[in-house]
Design a binder for this molecule. Structure first.
Ligand SMILES: [Zn+2]
Length: 252
């Protein structure tokens, strides 16, 4: 009939040929990176996942830090190179991830702890717990945390070094913010940040082996103008910008 048009009808036991199949490709998406705003919100509400009901109650209004200190905590993460900005996103640095892996299972990283302390302070306020017994538990906590942290074993950071072009005997040690000759009499020091650009290890290798980097694109001048330049040593091993000489290579 007209009403059945377009509707499949099967009888029991009937065999239906399958005319098409395939696998659907879906990707699981990683959690988006925090921005400063979402991290602040997460710090404020992190107590909500706590399982201990009383600690949860005590933490309800708390989260990590207080409204007055949360922004400062994030600033500290920047200062200590645990996170960096990529656009609006906050990206953990290698150092940050390392610390996270090292302490994530330790007491010092336990969010519930703040909650349990708040709970205990409430008990003291209500005279159901003695101050002395709280202090005793704080003392044992402190010694446990200190022991855990002091027991951390960090591998020596990867140290790249290059022969020093200035003194010829020292090694130039590449550190996060500077490259520095280990010969104290030489004292060659290069800051890795030049204007808005950070010299990567390749740049440094070029600079220390040949006296200049290849052309680096996208320097920003003081007026916001963008230009390309090489970073080079002058005769006294001061860092200067060198501009491509258009005539070079065209011999007449
Ligand atoms: Zn040197």
């Amino acid at each position: 009939t007209e009403a059945n048009k377009g509707t499949a009808r099967f009888a029991e036991g009937e065999q239906i040929p399958v005319t098409g199949y395939g696998t659907a490709q879906r990707k699981t998406m990683p959690k988006p990176l925090y921005t400063e705003a979402t991290l602040l919100a997460a710090m404020e509400t992190c107590g909500r996942n706590i399982t201990d009901e009383k600690a949860k109650e005590a933490m309800k209004e708390l989260g990590i830090g207080t409204p007055a200190t949360r922004a400062a905590i994030i600033t500290t993460l920047f200062k200590r190179d645990y996170i960096e900005r990529s656009g609006k996103a906050l990206v953990p640095t290698e150092k940050g991830l390392y610390i996270y892996e090292a302490v994530k299972d330790m007491q010092v990283a336990n969010v519930e702890l703040t909650g349990s302390w708040e709970k205990t302070l409430l008990q003291i306020e209500q005279h159901t717990l003695e101050t002395r017994s709280f202090m005793h538990s704080i003392e044992s906590f402190t010694s446990q945390v200190t022991r855990e942290v002091l027991g951390l074993k960090f591998p020596a950071p990867k140290q790249h070094s290059l022969p020093c072009p200035k003194c010829g005997t020292g090694k130039v040690m590449i550190r996060p913010k500077v490259a520095k000759c280990d010969n104290l009499d030489c004292g060659l020091l290069v800051f890795r940040k030049v204007l808005n650009k950070e010299l990567n290890e390749q740049h440094l290798e070029q600079l220390f082996s040949s006296g200049a980097t290849k052309l680096i694109k996208g320097f920003k001048g003081k007026k916001g103008n963008s230009f390309d330049a090489a970073v080079a040593f002058d005769d006294e091993f001061n860092v200067t910008l060198a501009f491509p000489d258009k005539k070079r290579g065209k011999k007449r």
